[in-house]
Design a protein around this ligand. Structure first.
Ligand code: SAH
Length: 493
């Protein structure tokens, strides 16, 4: 599970320098456009090594031009060409970020039922909207290993009238190695991707007439009134960069990322190697901008929710303009066609503005987001209310449902029934009920069900939430948000 909320607050405040401890020049180059200055070089003899090449690069950029925004830091850590968490070269087969051997485990990796139910949600929405003859786009943002799409696509293919209309399956992915993993799963190991304008394409192995198409950006997906898009984002928005602000006596001030002083930190008395010592000490820390930044002037004025917090001294807020921009595009795409749906599943807040939520995860443990940049996964809580507000603001033709807890959402979609069905099917297939493999499979399905819906403290069923963006249709709720599944529920036998 990616999400761990314990001790994040402590972690983050431990890295927050008091006001005015260093020069607080705002780095406009790196803050607004990513970092394009320094080039990493190897260590000079006798110099203390950096934990990662990206750590050196970021330090040099900050030392040259001043602290950078959290958004710039986060973006570099995740998708930098110099070895971001998702964009670093990983040898295929050498293991990735997911699963027990990786850094975290996500819902589709826990049980096949998760992706199947999302498939049922998509089919049910398509049936409710009745758009015979219109082209269908199936879209996923940040598909990881491709597991969710593989389970979803298999489910959609069981509904021929809809599957026949699918123009293509679109995957928005920044990571070349994950793109390859998705290709192997969805298209097969032997077939090669072909380059197309702005992306890559490959024939689906389960439906040769349908292409799987990869883009790095959502904007490349073809638009049009005659296209009905079903857009899924599972654990994607938490990877989009955030800006953070604190309410001071002088108004909102942006929280920036500074390089930690190198001197003295990494000399150890007990013989621990310098590299090891350095790698355990965060190389970056937070600092407050001494003067307003473009973001601190603009972003906190975007919503009444932030303005309300101006009365609260030292209040801290996080805002992700990239998330707002993306949900705007999703909303406009659905509004323009007057059809389709967006489904966002993630962890985050439903009634408060996220604060101090940036976290690092390495091998299933929470760690400082300011250590080992590029090797540690960094993510932040999703502000569901901000996404909902922005979606409705961006198109008069859409409405938003949720957020609802993942547990409730999956239960309404029939997770229990589907899990029991698969267990019954397994038992029928295997001749001997005592078969060890069978018991393991049954256990995995049952424990997967429990993990996905568990609403105890810290349970995925409670922490994760679902939000739907659908065309305005006055009162007809989507399934999982109070509505019923339309059509044949006895799917995919
Ligand atoms: N949805 C998957 C994986 C979630 S991890 C699952 O639930 O298992 C986040 C995914 O988003 C990864 O595939 C990562 O490579 C991709 N990603 C992260 N930042 C991105 C960006 N800025 N643009 C495109 N893809 C991105």
């Amino acid at each position: 599970m990616r999400c761990r909320i314990t001790s994040q607050l402590k972690l983050l405040s431990a890295h927050l320098r008091p006001l005015g401890t260093r020069s607080h020049r705002y780095n406009t180059v790196t803050g607004c456009h990513g970092i394009h200055t320094a080039t990493p070089t190897s260590e000079a003899p006798g110099e203390v090594p950096y934990s990662t090449p990206l750590a050196r690069y970021l330090t040099e950029a900050i030392e040259a031009t001043g602290p950078i925004t959290l958004a710039a830091y986060m973006r570099q850590c995740l998708v930098s060409d110099l070895g971001g968490y998702y964009t670093a070269e990983r040898q295929f087969g050498a293991g990735d970020q997911f699963g027990r051997k990786g850094d975290f485990i996500t819902s589709p990796e826990i049980s096949q039922v998760f992706g199947e139910l999302i498939g049922i949600w998509v089919v049910s929405e398509w049936m409710k909207q009745r758009r015979p003859g219109q082209k269908v786009q199936i879209v996923e943002l940040g598909p990881g290993r491709g597991t969710l799409m593989s389970d979803l696509w298999r489910t959609v293919l069981c509904f021929k009238p809809m599957a026949d209309l699918v123009e293509a399956v679109y995957l928005v992915e920044a990571s070349p190695s994950l793109r390859e993993a998705q290709k192997v799963l969805l298209c097969g190991p032997k077939i090669k991707m072909r380059q197309i304008e702005n992306g890559f394409a490959c024939q689906s192995k389960t439906s040769p007439k349908t292409d799987i198409i990869w883009y790095e950006d959502f904007s490349f997906i073809p638009r049009g009134k005659d296209r009905t898009s079903y857009i899924i984002a599972h654990e994607f928005f938490d990877a989009l960069p955030i800006h953070a602000f604190t309410n001071t006596d002088n108004g909102w001030r942006e929280i920036l990322v500074n390089a930690t002083s190198k001197k003295g930190h990494f000399v150890t008395k007990d013989g621990v190697s310098k590299l090891e010592a350095r790698s355990n000490i965060p190389e970056f820390s937070l600092t407050l901008a001494g003067a307003p930044t473009p973001h601190s002037i603009l972003l906190p004025s975007l919503s009444q929710r932030y303005k309300d917090l101006e009365k609260l001294k030292n209040a801290t807020i996080e805002i992700s303009p990239e998330s707002l921009g993306l949900v705007e595009k999703i909303s406009q795409k659905i509004g323009e066609a007057g059809a389709g749906a967006g489904l966002i599943l993630d962890y985050g807040t439903s009634d408060t503005v996220p604060a101090n939520s940036l976290r690092g995860i390495l091998r299933h443990e929470i760690c400082s987001p300011f250590s080992r940049p590029g090797e540690v996964d960094v993510s932040a809580d999703v502000d569901f209310t901000a996404l909902a507000e922005q979606a409705v603001k961006s198109s008069k033709k859409v409405e938003v449902h949720g957020p609802v807890k993942q547990g409730a959402f999956l239960r309404m979609l029939g997770i229990k029934e589907r899990t029991e069905f698969l267990i019954r099917e397994l038992k029928e297939k295997l001749s001997s009920w005592d078969d060890d493999g069978m018991e393991d499979k049954e256990k995995a399905l049952r424990s997967g069900h429990d993990r996905l819906v568990g609403e105890h403290s810290g349970g995925m069923g409670a922490i994760y939430k679902a939000l739907a963006v659908v065309p305005v249709r006055k009162g007809k709720r989507p399934v999982g948000f109070g509505g019923k599944v339309t059509g044949d529920k006895d799917y995919c036998k």
